[in-house]
Design a protein around this ligand. Sequence first.
Ligand code: HEC
Ligand code: HEC
Ligand code: HEC
Ligand code: HEC
Ligand code: HEC
Ligand code: HEC
Ligand code: HEC
Ligand code: HEC
Ligand code: HEC
Ligand code: HEC
Ligand code: HEC
Length: 495
Amino acid sequence: MLARLLTFLAVTLVTVPAARAADECLVCHSALGDTPSTMYPGDIHYRKGISCSGCHGGNPESSDPERAMDTTAGFIGVPRGNAISTACARCHSNAAQMKRWNSSVPTGQLEQLQASVHGKLSIEGRDRIAQCTSCHGVHQITAVGSPKSPVYPSNVVTTCARCHNNAVYIRSYNPSLPVDQLEKYRTSVHGIRNAKGDPKTAECASCHGSHGILSAKDVKSSVYPTNIPSTCERCHADPGYMKEYGIATDQYAKYAKSVHGVALLQKNDLGAPACNSCHGNHGAAPPGVESVSKVCGTCHALNADLFSASPHKKAFDERHLPECETCHGNHAIIVATDKLLGVSPEAVCSRCHSTADFPRGYRVAATMRALIDSLETSEAIADSLVENAEQKGMEIGEAKYKLREIRQARLESRTMVHSFNEEKFDAVVTKGLTVAAWVGGEARNALAEYVFRRIGLGVSTLIITVLAVALWLFIRRLERKQVREETVTNNSSIS
Ligand code: HEC
Ligand code: HEC
Ligand code: HEC
Ligand code: HEC
Ligand code: HEC
Ligand code: HEC
Ligand code: HEC
Ligand code: HEC
Ligand code: HEC
Ligand code: HEC
Ligand code: HEC
C-alpha cells in the first residue's frame, strides 16, 4: 500500500509541472557549471517545469549523485543515435502524456520522421540520417515560432543547409543530389526577403514540409510535379496572406485552367510545366523579361528558334516586350487556334498591326490567315472525299495514307507562324495544298470509277435480262411448235 502510494507520488512528481525546487539534477549540474545546465533555463522544457530527467531519466529528487543517476531509476545517461528521438517521442508521440502539460502542439513527429527521406539509415551505422536534435538542437529548444528556434523561417535555411550544403557529406548518400539549394535560394525573391527577416515568404520547410520530407521523385512529395501547384497555391492564392505584397493572387486559378494546367493536373502529363518549370525550384523568381522565351523554349524549341530569327525578335527587344508572353500570356495560356492569327479583332496580330500601324505586318497577317484557312478547307474536303470513296468500297490506301502529310503540313504551318515570314509560311502551306490537291484528285477518280462500274453493271444486267427473256420466248416457241407437230402426227396415225 505504502509502496503504491510512493510510486504514485513519484510518477506525479515527474510528470506534472511541480515546483522547480524538486530538480536536484539541475541544482547539482548548475553547481558544476556544465554547458547543458547553463543553457537549460532558455529551453521550453525548463519553462514547462520539465526536469533534466524528463529526457535523461533518473531520480530528480535526490541530491545524491549515485541515487539520482541510477539506472534502476530509469537513468539512460547520454542518449545517442535513435535513442535520442526515442527519448523525445516518449512525450511527443504520446498525446495523453502531452495533455498533462495542457499542450496542444501536434504529436507523432517520430512516426513522420521514420517514414521520411531522413528516416533512412545513415552511412555510419544503424541509426537514422536525422534525429529530432539535428533540427531542433538540444538544451535550448524553443517554441518553433520563436525567432531563436533553429527551425524559425530565417534560421531553418541554414539548419537544413548544414547538411545540404556539405558536398562531401551529401555525395556519400547520393552522388547526383545537388548541394546548391541555399545558394540558389539566396538569389530568389523568396530568399532575398527571407534574408531580410520576412518570415512569410517560402523557406525550405514551406515547400518541403518538416518531419515528413520525401524525395522529390516520390509521387507523394509536396514538390512532385503534380503536387507543386497546390504547394505554391497555399500562399500565392491566399489574398489575405499576400495582401501586404501587392501582387496578384490569381496565378493558380489561371494556371489550373490553362492548357498546361489541364495537361498536368487532369491528364497527368508530366511533360507539361508546373510552376517550378518556369520559375525554378530554389531560384523561384519571375522569369525575367528577356529569359521568358528561354523558359518556354526549353519545351517549345522550334517555336523559340523561329521566333529568334523573326522580325519580331528585334522589334520586341527594342520595346522590352516579353517574347512568347506578349501573344500567349503566362498563366492562362490557352490552346492556340487560328483565331489568334489574322486581322480580325480577336487575332493577336491586330493588337499592334493595322492599316495605319506597321501595315506590312498587317498585310502579312491577313495573308497568313487566308493561307491557313485554305489549307484547312482543302484538308476537310480531301478527308471527306477519301471517306466517301472508302465507304463505297474503293481501294484508296495511298490517298488515305497521304492525308497524314496534309495534317503534318497543317501542324508545321501553325509552328511556322512564328517565323512571321510570308515566304517561309507560304512554302509549308503550299506543300500541304499540293498533297491535298493530289489526294482530292485520287479520291475523285475512285468515285468516278465507282459510278462507271455502277453504270456498267446496270447495262450488263439489262443486256443479260433481255437475252434471258429472248431465250425464254424462243424456248416457248420451240415447245409450242413441237406440240403442234405431235398433234398432227397423232391425228394422222388415228385416221
Ligand atoms: C550531486 C550532483 C549530481 C546530481 C544530483 C546529478 N548529477 Fe548528473 N552528473 C554529475 C557529475 C559529477 C557527473 C559526471 C560529470 C563528468 O563525468 O564529467 C554527471 C554526469 C551526468 C551526465 C553525463 C553522463 C555521461 O555518461 O557522460 C548526465 C546525462 C547527467 N549527469 C544527468 C543527470 C540527471 C538527469 C540528473 C537528475 C536525475 C543528475 N544528472 C543528477 C553530478 C550530478
Ligand atoms: C529535452 C530533452 C533533454 C533535456 C530536458 C535535457 N537533456 Fe541533456 N541531452 C539530451 C540529449 C538528446 C543529449 C545528447 C545530445 C547530443 O547527441 O549531442 C543530451 C546530452 C547531455 C549531456 C552530455 C553532453 C555532451 O556533450 O556529451 C549532459 C551532461 C546532459 N545532457 C545533461 C543534462 C542536464 C544536466 C540537463 C538538465 C539541466 C539536461 N541534460 C536536460 C536531451 C536532454
Ligand atoms: C517529458 C516530456 C517531453 C520530452 C521527453 C520532450 N519534450 Fe519537447 N515538449 C514537451 C512539452 C510539454 C512541450 C511544450 C508544449 C507546448 O508548449 O504546448 C514541448 C515543446 C517542444 C517543442 C516546441 C514546440 C512548440 O510549441 O513550438 C519542441 C521543438 C520540442 N519540444 C522538441 C523536443 C525534442 C527535440 C525532444 C527530445 C530531445 C523533446 N522535445 C523531449 C514535452 C517533452
Ligand atoms: C529535418 C528537420 C526536423 C527534424 C529531424 C525534426 N523536426 Fe520538428 N520541426 C521541424 C520544423 C521545420 C518545424 C516547424 C514547423 C513546420 O514548419 O512544420 C518543426 C516543428 C516541430 C514541433 C512543433 C509542432 C509541429 O509539429 O509543427 C515539434 C513539437 C517538433 N517539431 C518536434 C520534433 C520531434 C519530437 C522530432 C523527432 C522525432 C522532430 N521534431 C524532428 C523540423 C524538424
Ligand atoms: C542531418 C543532416 C540533414 C539535415 C539537417 C537535413 N537533411 Fe535533408 N537529407 C539529408 C540526407 C543525407 C539526404 C539524402 C538521403 C538519400 O537520398 O539517401 C537528405 C535528403 C533530403 C531531400 C530529398 C532529396 C531528393 O530529392 O532525393 C530533401 C527534399 C531534403 N533532404 C530536404 C531537407 C530540408 C528541407 C531540411 C531542413 C528542414 C533538411 N533536408 C535537413 C540530410 C539532412
Ligand atoms: C519555393 C519552394 C522551395 C523552396 C523554398 C525550397 N525548395 Fe527544395 N525543391 C523545391 C522543388 C520544386 C524541388 C524539386 C525539383 C524537381 O522536381 O527536381 C526541390 C528539390 C530539392 C532537393 C532535391 C535536390 C534538388 O536540388 O533538386 C533538395 C535536397 C532540396 N530541394 C532542399 C531544399 C533546401 C535545403 C531548401 C532551403 C534552403 C529548399 N529546398 C527550399 C522547392 C523548394
Ligand atoms: C510560405 C508562402 C509561400 C510559398 C509556399 C510560396 N511562395 Fe512565392 N512568394 C511568397 C511571398 C510572401 C512572396 C513575396 C512577394 C513579393 O515580394 O512580391 C513570394 C514571391 C514569389 C515570386 C516573385 C513574385 C514577384 O514578382 O515579386 C514568385 C515568382 C514566386 N513567389 C513563386 C512561387 C512558386 C513557384 C512557389 C511554389 C514552388 C512559391 N512561390 C511558394 C510566399 C510563398
Ligand atoms: C509556362 C510558364 C509559367 C508557369 C507554368 C507558371 N508561371 Fe508564374 N509567371 C510566368 C511568367 C512569364 C511571369 C511573368 C514574368 C514577368 O512578367 O516578368 C510569371 C509571373 C508570376 C508571378 C509574379 C506575379 C504575377 O502574377 O505576375 C508569380 C507570383 C507567379 N508567376 C507564380 C506562379 C505560380 C504559383 C505558378 C503555378 C500555379 C506559376 N506561376 C506558373 C510563367 C509561368
Ligand atoms: C515543361 C515544358 C513546357 C514549358 C516550360 C512550356 N510549355 Fe507550353 N506546352 C507544353 C506541353 C506538354 C503542352 C501540350 C499540352 C496538351 O496539349 O496537352 C504545351 C502546350 C502549349 C500551348 C498550346 C499548344 C496548342 O497546340 O495549342 C501553347 C500556346 C504553349 N504551350 C505555350 C507556352 C509558352 C508561351 C510557354 C512559356 C511561357 C510554355 N508553353 C512553356 C510544355 C511546356
Ligand atoms: C506575335 C504573336 C506570337 C508570339 C510572339 C508567339 N506566338 Fe505562338 N502562336 C501565335 C499564333 C497566332 C498561333 C496560332 C497558330 C494557329 O493555330 O493558326 C501560335 C501557336 C503556338 C503554339 C501551337 C502551335 C504549335 O507550334 O504547336 C505554340 C506551342 C506556341 N505558339 C508557342 C509559342 C512560343 C514558345 C513562343 C515564344 C518563343 C510564341 N509562341 C510566341 C502567335 C504568337
Ligand atoms: C506587340 C505588338 C505586335 C504583335 C502582337 C504582332 N506584331 Fe508583328 N510586328 C510588330 C512590330 C513592332 C514590328 C516591326 C515593325 C517595323 O519595325 O516596321 C512587327 C513586324 C512584323 C512583320 C515584319 C514586317 C516587315 O516589315 O517585314 C510581320 C510579318 C509581322 N509583324 C507579322 C505579325 C503577325 C502575323 C502577328 C500576329 C500573329 C503579329 N505580327 C503580331 C509588333 C507586333
